[in-house]
Write a protein that binds this ligand. Structure first.
Ligand code: 8NA
Ligand code: MG
Ligand code: MG
Length: 345
């Protein structure tokens, strides 16, 4: 489809759910042989196995809250979104939430709470979380707002409800921007795509809070920009091993060690790769490659899925995969509603 087509919206939201559901199998694994990934994925094609439904985790649970809130309020309403996060957690606490964020979600359910951003600010002795929990649910902001300034502003505020450290919320801004650009067809020119992201993040990371957090945590002056430069360097290399990707970019639960990684997965899989089956299209390659990195596989595949889905569109996603994943059909319906909201905002 053309820029911002319905197919791209559906692809983004559905592939994010798939990445989460399919990636759950390997979450936390240190090493994941590609053979195991391909076996897991091919079992989804096989109806006779009757392997039942793959459940989604915190990534999709929270993204669904973001979507419902944006749709119901026809825009961003922090109190409504916070209430939905809290309600979702208390209804279904066993979705694999990070151990820190659970404290925030419990406090957000208190009716006495006057500032919905306060519980997140109190995390980790007042430093805030730098986990990827804000970024894993950031894609819907790119599907609700067409102006990139709004995408940045609301992805930031939405992440701040749980992640008040700049290394957390800037990861959400980066993820939302990547989905935004992909929806516009920007992945047709991969080098321009990465240089545009770097330019945008130069601006995002130039504020005092970011520079201060980076100093305290002993990171580069502009941590996400530095990582995006590494992504760009890896893109220019003719051969890159999984080990090099992990050591250069990471595969962990920090936003800094997972959002640039997800972006790299998408870029690397734009072309066929030796380690991946020839009959795989780009979307399938992206999901498989994300899982083979190990670590926080559900979240990296979820984020890479959203960016790749916005590029390839819904037609690129195997029906058999959609049928296996809890919440995939819901995501498809919600993508249509977001597409309408996008045209109004
Ligand atoms: P979070 O805010 O609880 O952060 C995740 C973890 O990162 C925390 O529990 C801490 O260990 C660490 N952390 C974050 N900020 C700081 C800080 N300022 N100082 C010291 N340590 C810090 O949760 P989240 O919503 O960001 O979730 C991140 C990931 O964890 C998600 O991918 C989610 O799926 C989850 N998770 C991952 C695994 C795994 O094995 N990879 C297992 C269960 C849950
Ligand atoms: Mg998860
Ligand atoms: Mg995870």
């Amino acid at each position: 489809g053309g820029p911002a087509s319905l197919s791209r919206f559906r692809g983004a939201l559905v592939a994010a759910v798939l990445g989460d559901c399919v990636g759950g199998e390997f979450e936390g694994a240190e090493e994941v042989p590609m053979e195991s990934v391909l076996q897991h994925l091919s079992s989804l094609d096989d109806d006779t196995k009757g392997n039942g439904i793959l459940e989604y985790s915190d990534d999709t649970a929270m993204a669904r809250c973001v979507v419902q809130s944006l749709l119901t309020r026809a825009g961003f309403d922090e109190r409504d979104m916070a209430r939905r996060f809290a309600k979702e957690y208390s209804a279904s606490p066993g979705r694999g939430y990070g151990s820190g964020v659970i404290q925030v979600l419990k406090k957000l359910s208190s009716p006495q709470l006057s500032d919905v951003y306060q519980p997140a600010r109190d995390q980790f002795n007042g430093r805030g979380s730098f986990g990827n929990g804000g970024a894993m649910r950031a894609a819907p902001f790119a599907l609700a707002f067409n102006d990139p300034a709004d995408v940045k502003k609301f992805a930031h505020r939405g992440a701040m409800l749980t992640h008040s450290c700049s290394l957390g919320y800037n990861g959400a801004v980066l993820q939302a921007l990547a989905v935004h650009l992909s929806l516009q067809g920007a992945l047709d020119l991969p080098l321009k795509f990465i240089s545009t992201l770097i330019t945008q993040m130069e601006d995002v990371e130039s504020d005092e809070a970011t520079l201060n957090d980076a100093r305290i945590l002993k990171e580069a002056e502009k941590p996400f920009c530095e990582r995006l430069h590494r992504v760009s360097d890896l893109m220019h290399r003719s051969k890159v091993s999984i080990e090099e990707v992990i050591s250069e970019l990471g595969n962990g639960i920090a936003a800094l060690h997972s959002v640039p990684t997800a972006i790299f997965c998408v870029l690397h899989c734009l072309q066929p790769r030796e380690c991946l089956p020839e009959n795989y299209g780009g979307l399938e390659r992206t999901i498989a490659y994300s899982l083979a990195l190990g670590g926080d596989t559900d979240t990296i595949a979820c984020m890479a899925g959203a960016i790749a889905g916005a590029h390839y569109g819904i037609e690129a996603i195997p029906q058999s995969w959609i049928k296996c994943c809890e919440g995939a059909e819901d995501a498809d319906m919600n993508a249509e509603r977001l597409h309408m909201l996008y045209q109004q905002t």
